[in-house]
Write a protein that binds this ligand. Sequence first.
Ligand code: GLN
Length: 502
Amino acid sequence: MAAALNTLTAAELSDKLASGDVSSVEVTQAHLDRIAAVDADVHAFLHLNENALDTAANVDAKRKAGEKLGPLAGVPIAIKDVLCTLGMPSTAGSRILEGWVPPYDATVVARLRAANLVLLGKTNMDEFAMGSSTEFSAYGATHNPWDLDRIPGGSGGGSAAAVAAFETPIALGSDTGGSIRQPAAVTGSVGVKPTYGGVSRYGAIALASSLDQVGPVSRTVLDAALVHDIIGGHDPRDSTSLTDKWPSFAEAARAGAQQESLKGLRIGVVKELDAPGFQAGVSQRFHETLTLLADAGAEIVEVGAPNFEYAVAAYYLILPAEASSNLAKFDSVRFGLRVNPVGGGTVEDVMAATREQGFGPEVKRRIILGTYALSAGYYDAYYGSAQKVRTLIQRDFSAAFSQADVLVSPAAPTTAFRLGEKLEDPLAMYLNDVTTIPANLAGIPGMSLPMGLAPEDGLPTGIQIMAPARADDRLYKLGATLERLLVDKWGHTLLSQAPALS
Ligand code: GLN
C-alpha cells in the first residue's frame, strides 16, 4: 500500500507533485483530514486557513498550464501564530490580540506564498513566545504527540507538534532563546535557528528584537533546508537583515546525505553544555551519537565556554528589557482588545484594564522584570552587566570555533516533561533553555536533530549542532550526514516510531 500522503516529507511530496503523481489539492486534503482526525487531542492549531484548498487548486492549475514552479510549490506548511498573515488572525498566543487580522504579511509568509506553498493555518505558542511548554498560551496548551500528557516544548510547541503528528510536513517557528530547537528536541523533529539577520523579522511580532530569529521545523534536515532557502536572504524592510548571498542549504543537505566520511571535520563538545544535571538518557544518547560521529571519521574535541554559566541569567535580563519595550505598543488603542473599566475612566485606566485582562501571568512577570532592569539607577547594575556577559559569551564562542568547525550539545536537558509539572516554578521553566540560549546571545545558527529515544521513558532526545555566524550550511551538511548515519543504525526514522494517534 502506498504511504499516506500526510506521512511523506516535503521533498517527497515535491517530487510527486512535479511528476504529476498527485495534485496539491489531494496533498492538502490529506493534511486537513489528518488535522480533523487528531488536532482535537493535539491542539497544535489555533486557526485553519479556509483558503488552503483554493490555493492548492490554483497551484495545480499553474502547474497544468506549464508554469515553472519552485521546489516546494503545492506543499502545505503551518505558520507559528507569531507571524503576521494577511487575512488570517495573528494572536501570538495572547488574548490581547484575539481576532486581530494583520493588514500585511510577514516577509517570510509573503515569500512562502510567492513560492506557491499552501498555508494550512496558524500554530499554537506560549503567549508572545514566552515559555518552554505552550502552557502559557491564552488558548490552552498543545499536547506532545508522543504522549498527550506531556508538553510539546515551547514556545513553538504548536509547530513542532503539528510536524510530529503528521498534520503538516513543515512549519515555521521563531527562536529567541530556543523556541524552535527545544520543541524540536522533545517531539523528535528537526528545527533550525538561522544566523541572526539571515531570515527577515519583518512582520514577526517582536519578543526581544536582538535575539529573535524565524526558522524552519520539519521531519528531515533536507526539508528544513528547502524551507530556509525560500524564507532566507536580505530584506530591506528589516534593518538587521544581512545582505549576504547565501549558498543553497538544500544542496548542503544533499551533499551531507551523500557524504561517506567525516574525516577532517572537528566537532567540539561544549564541556559546560554536557552537564551532569541532565537527564541520564539524554546524556547517554548524546555520547552514543558522539561515538557514531567519531566512527565516521570526525575528530571530537572538548572545548570550554566558561561564561555559558551566566547565559540564562543574562538572557533573563536582556529579554525582559527588550520585551517590556516591544510590548508597550499593546495599549488598547492600536491593536486588538479594549477593555473599558466599569464606570468609565481615563485613557490610562482603559490601557491598564486592557493590559490587566489581555496579558497572562508570564508576560506580566517579564514586563515587570524588564521595566525594573531598565529603570534609572538599576540600568548599569542589571541590563549593562547582562550586555557585558553577552560579549563574554560571544568571545567564548569565538575561542571555541578556533578549535572546532561545529559545536554540539544536547538540544534540551530533559525529554518532554508532564503538563503542569513546571508551571508554578518560573525558574525551572527557564532552565529548559540552558543549552539553546547561548546561540541566541551570540547570533549564531543552531539546529536540533533527533538522536534517539531516552531509555528510561521512551521519549525523543535531540542533539544541537551550532556553527559560526553565516555558516548555516555546515548545520545542514553535518545534520544530513548524521541523520543518515542514525537511520542506517536504527533501520527507520525516529518519528516512524511515534505512537499512532487515533
Ligand atoms: N523558552 C524561552 C523563553 O521563554 C525561549 C523563548 C523563545 O525562544 N521565543 O524565553
